[in-house]
Design a protein around this ligand. Structure first.
Ligand code: GLY
Length: 365
């Protein structure tokens, strides 16, 4: 088992990573003196496959506990889902001394975190991510929120969990598309972090896709370690943390344009390819490095399908991105591994061109 301590201005918390470590939650609840009035917020599929595993392993003596099961679907990551949880909390008389335990992927974690941040002005919560994507990214760092209208994660706040427990036992039912999804965020860290991690991923991509235990644990550990090093310096994304949005401006627009038929992590891979082309077009990455980086991402070509994508529509959606300033889209662009430019402004024609090149990359298998 591996452990990382995320030291933040708003408080410290531990992140544990390992196989079959769920039973550790009981000890940690005692150790951290967390509240014993517990509402579990569990993903529907996770509940179906792991109900027994979860409740055989969590043996803490709660004063009271209930569960609410939710669907992991971007279209349901909305205020209405949060309202259902508030109703349950109020109806069952949960007070400020409540602990929410989120067990599921990024959507479950984001909604649960949002409810924890807002119910009675803030209650405790624990993240138990069950997908690779949630493990390496969304469960750590305290971004919580829901979609509203046609904007992604537009309503939300920064609110940190008390604990993150990553039990890779949950990964055994992940299908290939969910693994690819998680890889979207992992690949992001490859560009942000350093040449060692990039080379390690380059050598081990096939093993990661097969979720080989030692390799996957190292990948999660290195990804989170890097993310924490960034979030520690800039918890509320005033500067450095923006790098974690590499590929995300394109990705969010793509998800919306494809009516969420493409998953977030897959969209991030496409978004990173768009960023690479854009970075090349404005002269940050030379042709040789562009080709090298695209070769690294080749493995994902056959695994991501883009249907009827209009570059103009994607551009229009990007104009509504929450990271824009003064009506200008701000991009995070890679220069080389470990070297990133933030808040780049680019001409419309270059943005459209980079989307078109990226579509060609994924269409020409
Ligand atoms: N997912 C990007 C961040 O947490 O800042």
């Amino acid at each position: 088992m591996k452990k990382i301590n995320n030291k933040l201005p708003s408080g410290n918390y531990n992140i544990f990573i390992g196989k079959n470590i769920l039973s550790k939650l009981t000890k940690e609840i005692e150790h951290l003196n967390l509240h014993k009035n517990v509402l579990f917020i569990i993903d529907r599929n996770v509940n179906k496959y792991y109900y027994k595993y979860i409740f055989d392993n969590i043996k803490a003596k709660f004063n009271k506990s209930d569960s609410i099961i939710i669907n992991s679907n971007e279209l349901e990551k909305r205020i209405a889902s949060a309202e259902k949880i508030y109703s349950q909390l109020i109806q069952k008389k949960y007070g400020r001394d409540t602990l929410l335990i989120a067990i599921g992927g990024g959507i479950v974690g984001d909604i649960a975190g949002f409810v924890a941040a807002t119910y009675m002005r803030g209650i405790q919560y624990v993240q138990i991510p069950t997908t690779l994507l949630a493990a390496v990214d969304s469960s750590v760092g305290g971004k919580t929120g829901v979609n509203f209208g046609d904007a992604k994660n537009i309503v939300g706040c920064f609110y940190q969990p008390k604990l993150v427990l990553i039990d890779t036992h949950f990964f055994k039912t992940l299908n290939q598309s969910e693994i690819i999804c998680g890889m979207g965020e992992v690949v992001k860290y490859a560009f942000l972090s350093d040449v060692n991690f990039y080379n390690y991923l380059n050598l081990n991509l096939n093993k990661i896709l097969k979720l080989e235990p030692n390799v996957i644990e190292k990948v999660i550990y290195e990804s989170i370690k890097f993310k924490c090093s960034v979030v520690m310096q800039d918890e509320r994304e005033d500067g450095l943390r923006k790098i974690l949005n590499l590929g995300h401006t394109f990705a969010h627009a793509l998800e919306i344009a494809q009516k969420y038929k493409i998953k977030h992590g897959q969209a991030v891979i496409v978004g990173i390819v768009c960023s690479l082309f854009l970075s090349n077009r404005i002269g940050y990455i030379n042709k040789e490095n562009l080709n090298l980086y695209l070769k690294f991402l080749n493995i994902f070509k056959s695994k991501i399908k883009l249907k009827n994508l209009s570059t103009d529509e994607m551009y229009k959606i990007m104009l509504k991105d929450k990271k824009n300033r003064n009506g200008k889209i701000k991009f995070v662009l890679p220069i080389e591994i470990g070297k990133i430019f933030i808040d780049a402004e680019c001409s419309v024609s270059l943005i459209i061109d980079s989307i078109s090149e990226s579509i060609k990359f994924f269409v020409n298998k």
